[in-house]
Design a protein around this ligand. Structure first.
Ligand SMILES: NC(=O)c1ccc[n+]([C@@H]2O[C@H](COP(=O)([O-])OP(=O)(O)OC[C@H]3O[C@@H](n4cnc5c(N)ncnc54)[C@H](O)[C@@H]3O)[C@@H](O)[C@H]2O)c1
Length: 332
């Protein structure tokens, strides 16, 4: 029985090696985030279980995996994994949807506050005022209070619903939700019914996005959507880069269609240094760190090892994506 890691974000995987060693499981790890299909297939040739962070698990890779029974995605989104191809090959794909939910919600709330209060401009003005020996405030105007404003949440699943709870103390006027697929349980927990996207965009002062990335949500926010928003509005995206057209967002900010944006995720990661939004003074860009905390980093490591342990005991993973596959887990 062998576990192979295609790519990882931890400083090292010594702890995993020790854990798998105690289970009698062989282990190999690579840093193949940008590897081509042939390289990934070669690395995974004798893997029963593959652990994948950002490596692209395409149909070509899946078709080369003759031994693998389980792919564990190290993370919440799984848009880098062709799950349909895995299903055709009889490979179960699992993921870790219940880790870092509070961290991402904290990142979204941080970006909401930082954009609304123009944190980067304030920081610059502190240094500039010291340099000039007098307070320099002009560049920061206008700053709008959060109190009495309307927050729009697009996608109110695990993370969106935590944001909904976190902002309760901000004395907002309304919290609007757009989520056409909201589960009955979450819907019942909300004070108001979800509304259409166009209405949410027109009525919100702050919009925060928490949908998955898929064909339906690719560029869900693009030029026509920005045109519907208030010129004083803030847009925050901590979901997936492809959900927002960042070129159109940059233009909308420069043309005054929106007041500010807080962005944690990008279509290309890391974004090209020439990407205009990185140099837009109305944007606060963070390096896809919504997931980060010491606590969440250990939490996901433990959960992944738990899925491997379950595999050895002929149990399915905690969160399978392609549940339709019934296979015999465990040692051959
Ligand atoms: N920035 C980070 O570091 C980081 C970390 C973890 C997760 N994420 C991302 O955060 C996002 C949300 O994660 P989650 O765990 O809350 O997911 P979730 O599946 O629990 O919730 C997503 C919600 O979006 C809704 N939705 C789907 N399509 C929609 C649409 N077209 N319009 C409006 N709503 C729609 C779903 O009904 C669901 O309620 C994902 O994209 C995930 O990849 C980012």
């Amino acid at each position: 029985m062998k576990v192979v890691v295609t790519d990882y974000i931890e400083p090292n995987l010594d702890w995993e090696m020790d854990q798998f060693g105690q289970m009698g499981v062989d282990f190999a790890c690579y840093q193949m985030k940008h590897a081509c299909a042939a390289e990934l297939v070669q690395a995974a040739a004798d893997a029963d279980v593959l652990i994948v962070n950002m490596a692209k698990m395409t149909q070509e890779v899946m078709e080369g995996l003759t031994r693998t029974k389980l792919i564990i995605r190290h993370g919440v989104g799984y848009d880098n994994i062709d799950v349909a191809a895995a299903t055709r090959m009889g490979i179960v794909v699992s993921y870790m949807p219940d880790y870092c939910m509070h961290e991402v919600a904290e990142q979204a709330v941080m970006l909401i506050l930082a954009c609304q209060r123009k944190l980067l401009v304030q920081s610059h003005l502190a240094a500039e005022s010291s340099r000039q020996g007098k307070w320099v405030f002009d560049p920061v105007y206008p700053v709008h209070s959060l109190k009495g404003k309307t927050l729009g949440i697009i996608g109110c699943g695990r993370i969106g619903s935590i944001v909904h709870t976190m902002v309760q103390g901000f004395h907002l006027n309304r919290i609007l939700v757009c989520d056409p697929y909201l589960s009955d349980k979450r819907r019942q927990a909300l004070p108001d019914d979800p509304i259409p996207l166009d209405t949410l965009l027109a009525e919100s002062d702050i919009v925060t996005i928490h949908t998955p990335l898929g064909p339906e949500t690719y560029h869900l926010l693009d030029q026509p959507q920005f045109a519907r928003m208030k010129p004083t509005a803030i847009l925050v995206n901590t979901s997936r880069g492809g959900v927002v057209n960042l070129e159109a967002l940059d233009r909308a900010l420069r043309e005054g269609q929106l007041m500010g944006a807080g962005i944690d995720v990008y279509e290309e990661e890391p974004p090209n240094a020439a990407m205009p939004l990185l140099h837009n003074p109305k944007a606060i860009c963070t390096p896809h760190l919504g997931w980060l905390s010491e606590e969440s980093s250990w939490n996901i490591r433990e959960k992944i090892v738990e899925d491997v342990r379950r595999f050895l005991q002929n149990e399915g993973p905690r969160y399978p994506i392609n549940k339709e596959i019934q296979i015999q887990f465990g040692r051959a």
